[in-house]
Design a protein around this ligand. Structure first.
Ligand SMILES: [Zn+2]
Ligand SMILES: [Zn+2]
Length: 142
């Protein structure tokens, strides 16, 4: 049977459902998340520091929840995550609305230019050859 060492607590466990950490840690993680949620339900608009102090959950973990979209940054008074592209403060996810739009447009453009990339026909005749043939016809004309 496939066993793994939990990267968090080093317990040996059987990974189930693609879990990276052991069931004990999963439960702890869930409890942390629930604590943060509970606190925010009771004190909406708390500061990040208040939540950290009250729940014992570290700031990075809370910011991770926000990035994963499990908690809104707007639930906090001051928590802000930044757009990964332009560093604008956003409330959830990885990109601001503007960058999301920009990115979608860029993707569309990339797809569009790919489609219109039909092999360009050589409409310009090669000037060198033309001159050469012209020379010949000149000679023949005489
Ligand atoms: Zn563990
Ligand atoms: Zn942005």
């Amino acid at each position: 049977m496939n066993v793994k060492n939990c990267p968090r607590c080093n317990r040996i466990f059987i990974p189930q459902g693609g879990r990276r950490i052991c069931p004990v840690c999963v439960r702890e993680e869930e409890e942390k998340y629930e604590k943060v949620r509970e606190y925010l339900r009771e004190y909406p608009g708390a500061t990040l520091l208040e939540v950290v102090n009250a729940t014992g959950v570290d700031e990075d973990t809370i910011l991770q929840y926000i990035k994963e979209g499990r908690i809104e940054a707007s639930d906090f008074q001051d928590a802000a995550i930044e757009c990964e592209r332009c560093r604008t403060p956003i409330s959830s996810g990885r990109l601001c609305a503007k960058c999301q739009g920009d990115l979608a447009r860029e993707l569309q453009q990339a797809a569009g230019s790919f489609r219109s990339q039909t092999p360009e026909r050589d409409t310009k005749s090669r000037p060198r050859d033309k001159m050469f043939t012209a020379d010949i016809t000149d000679k023949f004309d005489k």
